[in-house]
Design a protein around this ligand. Structure first.
Ligand SMILES: Cc1cc2nc3c(=O)[nH]c(=O)nc-3n(C[C@H](O)[C@H](O)[C@H](O)COP(=O)(O)OP(=O)(O)OC[C@H]3O[C@@H](n4cnc5c(N)ncnc54)[C@H](O)[C@@H]3O)c2cc1C
Length: 492
């Protein structure tokens, strides 16, 4: 066996500052191996998309360029982490693994549980550090807000790279690991229509937002086209850890007093808190990835209509704002909160499909896919939490108020560009005479509405409210509130 080493295991924490595992590994006398794993088991999971890995790969490339200045390197493995660590433990005597805790999908949770027991059996210490103030094994949220703020206000950890000692994997040792990675070329190219990766780019988005773009934040946050430049767009940098939440929080504090847009900065600050609040919820109830938070809703929406589902996935429901939102997110990896909520509402309230039928599909499209936000938000919009109000977004009203000049719709639905704005918004309102004027045929050039708008109103909504008011749902709500809401908030 070769020499004694430590390991820094990078996960979705792809940055070189404010990185506690790296900071504490630097303090050790033993040299360390820096590594990251692109895992086949994640690639096989239903929420996976190459765009997620392209963003991570670009992040790692940028980090390695920086590390090369000190002759360090993060080794990238294309193999399941369990197998990588098993093999490494036969080559090296491993003392300590340094990593961040991850609130991930079922597959990463399984890996972590397996490795915790593997490391224990091997006598390897695993030092896991908190991610963004999320607390492991928490029973309730009574003091959580205070603790979260304390974490956000702690100093940012700088790493002394000249002090860090790293090891190089020899050619002979490299051979032990998978050499055939089928995505080797594809993963290297993050298409230009997606936000580009890296801490520096993350800061560019954040600073340009705090200095200027924040001015129109609340005015535009719910408008699909304008939100693209008026929202911060920092979500992928948080998801993959190019920025820690503390870095964002403290940057916001610097600008908070400078700008005349206090209300908007406060709204942004609330969302930073929500980010972690949702992830903490998922951390404490990971089954939300698959099961209704409130089991009272298990009896409804049990069957999938594949025609409906495919129309929704392909942006061909006959409702222009729904279809434009879907085509936009598939193409660019980003869509604003309101459009995400509307897509889920349409799937679950109008098409009456189980949220589980669409959650992984949208996760694939989102460049910023963050399981801890995604699944709880999906359930909130699908009305399966019991503790939130049932909210149905009317796609017609949304189109008229949020895209009244049809700019967004015409950008993503080229088949509607030849129509006057009012018909691009609602093509199904045209008479056959008007269709003739514009040389347009509903049902041929663009689909007829797949269901009437009233479908969400009739029996469906009534049924959801009945369930929400049932004794069983209320009993479940008590447990949900006890676990996920602090005493203070329960009181208010
Ligand atoms: C069904 C559904 C799924 C979602 N899935 C994800 C996801 O996978 N990843 C993700 O980061 N966000 C998700 N969101 C939340 C939200 O839509 C995005 O965070 C936001 O649109 C990202 O754009 P931004 O960075 O410009 O946000 P800004 O409005 O500038 O907000 C700043 C940051 O605050 C956080 N944030 C904003 N809104 C929310 C919110 N409602 N809940 C929790 N955190 C929030 C995000 O980290 C965001 O980057 C989802 C929302 C819905 C309705």
């Amino acid at each position: 066996m070769e020499k004694k080493i430590n390991i820094v295991w990078f996960k979705k924490d792809l940055r070189l500052i404010d990185h506690l595992p790296l900071f504490f590994a630097t303090e050790e006398s033993l040299p360390c191996l820096l590594l990251f794993c692109f895992e086949p088991k994640i690639k096989a999971s239903p929420s996976w998309n190459i765009r997620h890995w392209q963003f991570m790969f670009q992040s790692l490339q940028i980090m390695n360029n920086e590390l090369a200045k000190w002759n360090h390197k993060i080794y990238i493995f294309y193999e399941n982490a369990t197998s990588v660590f098993q093999k490494l433990s036969t080559i090296y005597e491993i003392k300590t693994i340094f990593s961040h805790q991850e609130t991930g999908i079922a597959e990463t949770y399984e890996t972590d549980k397996y490795l915790a027991s593997f490391f224990k059996n091997q006598g390897i210490e695993w030092r896991e550090f908190q991610t963004n103030g999320i607390i492991r094994s928490l029973k309730n949220r009574d003091n959580w807000e205070v603790l979260w703020k304390q974490v956000m206000q702690k100093p940012i950890y700088g790493i002394n790279f000249s002090k860090l000692k790293t090891i190089k994997l020899s050619k002979q040792n490299k051979i032990a690991f998978n050499q055939n990675f089928d995505l080797l070329h594809e993963i290297k190219l993050l298409p230009k229509q997606f936000q580009q990766a890296g801490t520096k780019t993350g800061y560019l988005y954040l600073n340009s937002f705090l200095k200027k773009r924040v001015k129109l934040y609340m005015q535009h946050v719910s408008i699909a086209q304008k939100s693209r430049s008026s929202c911060s767009r920092i979500s992928p940098y948080l998801t993959y850890g190019n920025l820690s939440m503390r870095m964002v929080y403290q940057q916001k504090e610097i600008f908070k007093n400078d700008v005349p847009f206090k209300r908007n900065i406060n709204a942004f600050a609330s969302r930073l808190y929500w980010h972690c609040h949702f992830i903490q919820k998922f951390e404490m109830q990971e089954k939300m990835q698959f099961q209704n938070l409130n089991a009272a809703f298990n009896k409804v929406r049990t069957e999938i209509n594949h025609n409906f589902l495919n129309a929704w996935k392909n942006g061909k429901t006959g409702y222009p704002l729904v279809d434009a939102s879907m085509r936009c997110v598939k193409n660019t990896g980003y869509i604003n909160f309101r459009s995400r909520a509307m897509l889920v509402s349409f799937l679950c309230h109008h098409l009456w499909q189980p949220w589980q039928a669409g959650a992984d599909f949208l996760a694939q499209q989102f460049l910023d896919f963050e399981p801890g936000i995604h699944y709880p938000q999906f359930q909130m919009q699908a009305s399966t939490t019991g503790i939130n109000t049932i909210r149905v977004y009317n796609p017609e009203k949304q189109a008229l108020t949020k895209d009244s000049d049809a700019i967004f719709i015409k950008k993503w639905l080229p088949e509607l560009t030849k129509l006057p704005d009012q018909y691009a918004l609602l093509p199904y309102k045209m008479t056959s005479l008007e269709e003739g004027f514009y040389n347009f045929k509903l049902g041929k050039d663009y689909p007829k509405p797949i269901v009437p708008l009233s479908s969400a109103k009739k029996g469906n909504l009534k049924l959801l409210w009945e369930i929400k008011r049932s004794t069983f749902a209320k009993k479940n709500n008590k447990e949900i509130l006890a676990r996920h809401v602090s005493k203070n908030r329960k009181r208010t």
